[in-house]
Design a protein around this ligand. Structure first.
Ligand code: AP5
Length: 208
């Protein structure tokens, strides 16, 4: 089972790289942002609460997020492995994920950190807004410069501390997120393939 975390600030390319990894390894993507937006769209109580927080650029509470992920991970479509996109975002979430995966005897194989400077992220956000409008679609309600500043601050204060956490666990792979999309994918795939090869050589099994 191949479980991977994509870690990075808003707009760093987590969703973009998830799509590539799904195609290559047949993994299930669990994006907590997408799951929350689905709740908002469905008008559930959770969605109503979450929308207020998301529109401010703040983080939804750990309890809600951990419960949402724990329920979803029991689905059979996660059996091959999961790409966690935008989760964990706090130390409490990271510890909860470790506990959930340890119950399944399928620890995290890798944490890919997409490193992109804030000024580049602001530029990408503007492009994404322009492209969405050009396609006639609705712009995400948290996609504006004011909210992005809060989202970036929350990343720096609450999520970036996970970088040393995962480095200590020996599973962190920092990647320059400003490279072209396909170059980033190639770096990630090379790293994951070396991890899979290493696990097989050590007689630890792993996906075929
Ligand atoms: P979430 O949906 O996770 O959003 P985010 O982290 O802000 O990230 P984005 O989806 O904006 O960007 P991305 O990194 O996926 O980049 P993308 O591939 O789209 O979270 C939204 C909110 O939900 C949070 O603020 C919070 O309120 C809540 N939430 C979610 N999870 C939570 C959790 N675990 N705990 C608590 N609250 C939670 O790319 C961005 C743009 O850049 C695109 O236009 C793309 O085409 C372009 N691009 C991508 N890669 C490249 C490249 N290499 N070069 C040039 N352009 C590129």
């Amino acid at each position: 089972m191949m479980n991977i975390v994509l870690l990075g600030p808003p707009g760093s390319g987590k969703g973009t790289q998830s799509a590539k990894l799904i195609a290559k390894y047949g993994l299930k993507q669990l994006s907590t942002g997408d799951m929350l937006r689905a709740e908002v769209k469905a008008g559930t109580d959770l969605g109503k609460k979450a929308k207020i927080i998301m529109d401010q650029g703040n983080l939804v509470s750990d309890d809600i997020i951990i419960d949402m992920i724990a329920k979803r991970m029991d689905n059979s479509d996660c059996a091959n492995g999961v790409i966690f996109d935008g989760f964990p975002r706090t130390e409490a979430q990271a510890k909860a994920l470790d506990a959930l995966l340890s119950k399944k005897s399928a620890p995290l194989m890798a944490v890919i950190e997409l490193d992109v400077a804030p000024h580049v992220l602001v530029g990408r956000l503007k492009t994404r807004i322009a492209e969405t409008l050009a396609e006639g679609d609705a712009v995400r309600s948290d996609d504006n410069e004011e909210t992005l500043i809060t989202r970036l601050k929350n990343y720096r204060d609450q999520t970036a501390p996970l970088i040393p956490y995962y480095r200590q666990h020996g599973i962190l792979k920092p990647v320059d997120g400003t490279l072209p999309v396909d170059d980033i994918s190639a770096i990630i795939e090379k790293f994951l393939d070396s991890k899979r090869g290493g696990a097989r050589k050590a007689g630890m099994g792993g996906p075929g």
